[in-house]
Design a protein around this ligand. Structure first.
Ligand SMILES: [Ca+2]
Ligand SMILES: [Ca+2]
Length: 161
């Protein structure tokens, strides 16, 4: 009865200055009627190491069987999320894991402007490795030309943070 997380866009609702909301969407693979009475999200800043556990309850699925709920996560740039389902007695294994990245808007140094300084930071991370400043703009776990391509059109933009 392991639930399956689906990709969903991150919602950037500033719940507090130290948290953000992530929209989770998932499927319950159990044949109807499912024994599941609730779902739980598990969140951490390292893969497969979850420090926060959030009760999602049993929201009503849409007509395609997709469940959705918001989970408030810490404002670390990247978090890892997995789900479990439970019935009256048992809790499932972890679902597939998803990496969720905060949207820095390309302003990696937090000075409110996407400038050559941010390009330099991205290039540095590209060479040296992800330092956690948010340069992994497409959230695929590596710094590459794809992230650079996402940053280029943001050049000169002011970013409220
Ligand atoms: Ca900047
Ligand atoms: Ca990337």
């Amino acid at each position: 009865m392991i639930p399956r997380l689906l990709l969903a866009a991150a919602l950037l609702l500033p719940a507090t200055s130290h948290a953000r909301e992530e929209l989770l969407r998932w499927l319950d693979p159990n044949p109807a009627p499912s024994p599941v009475v609730g779902f739980r999200a598990h969140v951490g800043t390292q893969s497969r190491s979850y420090t926060t556990h959030i009760e999602l309850g049993l929201p009503a699925p849409d007509e395609a069987g997709v469940y959705a709920a918001n989970a408030e996560v810490g404002d670390a740039v990247t978090v890892f999320v997995a789900l479990t389902a439970f019935d009256d007695t048992l809790e499932s294994s972890y679902s597939n894991e998803q990496r969720r990245c905060a949207d820095t808007g390309g302003d990696f140094n937090g000075d409110g402007l996407v400038s050559i300084a941010d390009f330099s930071l991205l290039l540095y991370d590209w060479v040296v490795g992800d330092s956690g400043i948010g340069a992994d703009m497409d959230c695929d776990g590596q710094i590459s030309i794809a992230d650079f391509s996402l940053l280029v059109p943001l050049f000169g933009r002011r970013v409220a943070r």
